[in-house]
Design a protein around this ligand. Structure first.
Ligand SMILES: [Zn+2]
Length: 557
């Protein structure tokens, strides 16, 4: 069994195996070189014993007892009269641990911090106190950094809402490279000026970073981070949904009397037909019902009973009685769309639509090839929906019809927002049903959904070339909720376009910000300063040796 690797000029004299394995070693080289002048010497001055800790073997800690020698330097002019022979493969001068044990402790410190590293290490026979681990971490060489070309900028809170710092990551290497004390234009642009190799910068939509980049790195292309774009869109849509839900709830509270009144007030169909053909169909149906109603009242005026009228008209007696008791023609309403054979293909159709394919014949052929078994009419009806809601959405109307709002009231506006933003294939059956009802509840919601879908498609497929078309669709929708988002996008259009086209995003920076937050919390909770300091050093790319104690002392969660 090999307990100890072969080292040149080192002989194992004795092995004791107990709780701890003790190896007695002796150096055998006849000569040793002076560390100062390099002259080889064979003149031994004295011997002494040195103890070293080594990596454990099968869970047993290993202790080395080394018999080493002191030599006289042969060069008379050398300042080092006496020196101790060196064992460069095994340990550093004066060290109490072998190099490989030091390396293991340093790695533990970098990964989990001082105290946890010491605890985990001692369980596995790797001995080293918290302070030893921290000292090794501080002594370790930082990794060689190459000049960055693609970076991500993001802010993080020293103290929420009061003080923010900036974290900078090299996106090509996925490594944090610096932490700036604030996020002001001056600080960030000064840093950028020192790194002229940077050609691409991913950032959030904040105007501060945009100005800093224009000032400090005008050569760089700005990329608006996709995550932040979607986050802003979520904000706008949640406002729209909250308003709609308030409307649902008011309608629910007003009760049936109100809705009946509203229905009677209007002789126009209220279902917001999406196409001209549908509108004509609805008007025709309504006109036909009105004609029938007039016939029924005429028969009633002639003194006929409802059963007789039913027989004459070929209608159910119950319907006749209902119509007569209402005193008006009930509105037929739009036909409720059912979950159909087309549903699984709608995402695909939408995608093709955005790619510019508006040809029904072509789309049908593609759909049939994908296994669509439904009718041609259903497909054309859906394309008409796209044309109106994405291409040229319906005009804003003060009264909006709602179908089945009761079921929707089990949702919160926040939950509804997430239904809009999650991938349809990730939704459960009941969530899909809620989404379907939500989209039918109000034409604005359908339009908003189509717009969100189209935007997410650009984000996921990075088809930024569709941005102009999308902005036009938003404008045509007259949805106020989207206006602030659109204004933001238009002000920062080049960067947004880059964000929707290039592969770079702030994802890796966010990950590092979260790491930084965790470290900051551990520090401010006062669990173990060592963990935080070691971790933060790593987060800074082992680059700076700032007096973190001072900086972090003012940090709160
Ligand atoms: Zn010498």
């Amino acid at each position: 069994m090999i307990i100890f690797p072969d080292l040149p000029n080192v002989e194992v004299e004795r092995v004791e195996v107990a709780e701890e394995i003790i190896l007695t070693l002796r150096t055998t080289s006849p000569l040793a070189s002076c560390p100062l002048c390099g002259t080889a010497s064979s003149r031994i001055q004295s011997r002494y014993t040195r103890t070293l800790r080594d990596l454990p073997s099968i869970g047993h800690p290993i202790r080395l007892i080394m018999h080493v020698r002191r030599f006289f330097c042969k060069r008379s002019t050398c300042a080092q009269k006496i020196f101790v022979e060196r064992l460069p493969d095994l340990c550093c001068p004066h060290a109490q641990r072998t190099k490989r044990l030091q390396k293991a402790l340093c790695e533990l410190g970098l990964k989990v911090g001082g105290q946890v590293g010491a605890d985990v290490g001692s369980e596995h026979g790797i001995s080293g106190s918290r302070d030893t681990i921290l000292r090794l971490v501080h002594q370790s060489e930082p990794p060689a950094l190459r000049e960055p070309h693609v970076i991500g900028l993001d802010d993080w809170a020293w103290k929420r809402r009061l003080r923010y710092g900036t974290l900078i990551c090299d996106l090509e290497q996925g490594l944090p490279i610096d932490v700036l004390p604030d996020r002001t234009v001056e600080t960030v642009s000064a840093w950028l000026k020192k790194h002229p190799t940077i050609d691409t910068i991913s950032r959030d939509g904040s105007s501060e970073y945009a100005s800093a980049i224009k000032k400090g790195a005008p050569q760089a292309r700005e990329v608006s981070d996709r995550w932040h774009l979607v986050k802003n869109l979520v904000g706008c849509v949640s406002v729209l949904l909250a308003e709609s839900f308030a409307q649902f709830r008011r309608a629910e509270a007003a009760g049936t009397a109100n809705s009946l009144e509203e229905e009677q007030r209007s002789h126009e169909p209220q279902g917001h037909p999406r196409t001209r053909a549908e509108k004509r169909g609805q008007q025709a149906r309504q006109a036909e019902r009105r004609a029938r109603y007039e016939q029924i009242t005429a028969l009633q005026n002639q003194g006929m009973k409802s059963a007789e009228i039913a027989a004459v008209m070929g209608m159910a007696e119950r319907t006749i009685r209902q119509w007569l008791s209402r005193g008006d023609v009930p509105y037929a309403g739009p036909r409720k769309p059912r979950a159909g054979l087309l549903d699984p293909y709608k995402t695909y159709l939408l995608e093709r639509w955005h790619q510019g394919c508006h040809q029904g014949v072509q789309l049908e052929r593609a759909l049939r090839a994908k296994g669509y078994k439904g009718s041609q009419r259903a497909m054309y009806r859906y394309l008409a929906t796209l044309e109106t809601s994405v291409g040229s959405p319906p005009k804003r109307s003060p009264t909006s019809a709602m179908s089945q709002p009761n079921l929707l009231l089990t949702l919160s506006a926040r939950q509804a927002t997430w239904l809009f933003f999650r991938r349809e294939e990730d939704l459960k059956a009941e969530e899909l049903e809620s989404l379907r009802q939500l989209r039918q509840a109000n034409p604005h919601l359908e339009t908003a959904y189509q717009l969100v879908e189209a935007f997410l498609h650009m984000v996921r497929a990075r088809t930024g070339e569709q941005l102009d078309m999308w902005l036009k669709a938003v404008q045509a929708s007259h949805l106020e909720a989207f206006q602030s988002f659109v204004t933001g996008v238009q002000q920062d259009k080049d960067a947004v376009l880059a964000g929707l086209t290039l592969p770079w995003s702030n994802g890796p920076v966010e990950g590092q910000v979260n790491r930084l937050k965790l470290i900051k919390r551990i520090v401010s909770w006062g669990f173990s300063f060592s963990v935080g300091e070691a971790g933060l050093k790593r987060t800074q790319g082992l680059k700076q040796r700032r007096p973190l104690t001072n900086v972090l002392s003012g940090v709160a969660c």
